[in-house]
Ligand binder design. Structure first.
Ligand code: G3P
Ligand code: CA
Length: 320
């Protein structure tokens, strides 16, 4: 076994251990976060391949990422698929394939038509090309299903699964939290012990949704609260983090929040919360500035991992 593969296996093993130890004890208990630094590929290796597609996930594994981060949305026929936006036009050819299906949403003052994911069935969505916008070599890459994404990472990396706009789905009569857990149950992935080398963490910007997963749906899976750079709900205070601790094992804050106030990491660690900031990214060939930035967050600010479009750069930063 090469040194690189051995190192990667060790990191995944540590991530599995962490996930297990967090979730086999109550989420409320205080524990010391491990020193393992986790590389999380944001929407896959999305600096180099079309975001949230199987090629981007495969590339992330090859680059040594410990986890892939991706976004879950729900189709009209209640199937779970991987897509960041609620609309299809930025990353697919939906306007060509279904020209008549765009609409102006009620209350949308822009007057612009959008092609909303929840207006399309899975069969329709699978006809779309989600690769060409990024590069011709990815032509006809489909939007992946949740099941395909669970399968492709098995034994290769963990999953940081973001539930997108759960309130929007709930308002449409779609219980996306229950759907997601049912899908995990169907494939025997609903408990930390059933993860076979690919630990699962669920994250959301929506605290109510995470509380529902933990308290109402009684999922034992570890949860992370995402917070935006303005932290408008005040989660990133000592008091706020103590509340987060009642339903989460970690936080995924905007990196600017930690840059402005590094005490957040100390407070989170005192409570036993892991801290994985987002999003570290560069489009430049010159990766040294990003490497330096990632090193600062991991080793000076003491974050537990980074969510990055460039997992190869983060792996290098960690090696140094
Ligand atoms: O995981 C952090 C990040 O994914 C949250 O923002 O917009 O890229 O889903 P976004
Ligand atoms: Ca995301």
């Amino acid at each position: 076994m090469s040194l690189a593969i051995l190192k990667k296996s060790l990191h995944i093993a540590l991530a599995v251990l962490l996930t297990f130890s967090y979730s086999t004890t109550a989420q409320q208990q205080t524990q010391t976060p491990s020193s393992a630094k986790t590389v999380i590929a944001h929407r896959g290796a999305s600096a180099y391949a079309p975001e949230n597609t199987l090629p981007a996930f495969r590339l992330a594994f090859d680059m040594g990422a410990d986890f892939i981060e991706y976004d879950v949305q729900v189709t009209r026929d209640k199937q779970l698929v991987i897509l960041h936006d609620q609309t299809l036009e930025r990353t697919t050819n939906v306007e060509e394939v279904f020209p008549a299906r765009g609409r102006i949403a009620a209350g949308d003052k822009s007057g612009k038509k959008h092609w909303y994911i929840y207006d399309f069935t899975l069969a329709e969505i699978r006809r779309l090309d989600a690769g060409s916008w990024f590069g011709v070599k990815y032509k006809d890459t489909p939007i992946p299903t949740f099941k395909e994404t669970l399968d492709i990472a098995r034994g290769r990396a963990g999953h940081l699964i973001e539930l997108k706009v759960p309130d929007e789905y709930n308002a449409r009569g779609v219980d996306m939290e229950r759907l997601t857990l049912a899908e995990l149950e169907r494939y025997n992935r609903a408990t930390p012990k059933s993860q076979t080398g690919s630990p699962i963490i669920i994250q959301s910007f929506n605290a109510r949704s995470l509380q529902k997963i933990a308290a109402e749906l009684k999922s034992p899976l570890p949860l992370h609260l995402l917070t935006s750079s303005d932290d408008k709900d005040g989660w990133l205070t000592r008091e706020g983090l103590a509340k987060v601790k009642t339903f989460c094992v970690g936080i995924s804050p905007h990196k600017d929040s930690l840059a402005k106030n590094s005490d957040i990491v100390t407070w989170a660690h005192e409570l036993g919360l892991r801290v994985t900031p987002y999003t570290f990214t560069t489009k430049s060939q010159e990766s040294q500035p990003l490497r330096t930035d990632i090193s600062r967050f991991l080793y000076t600010l003491k974050a537990d991992g980074v969510i990055t479009d460039n997992p190869d750069v983060a792996v290098k930063a960690r090696t140094e």
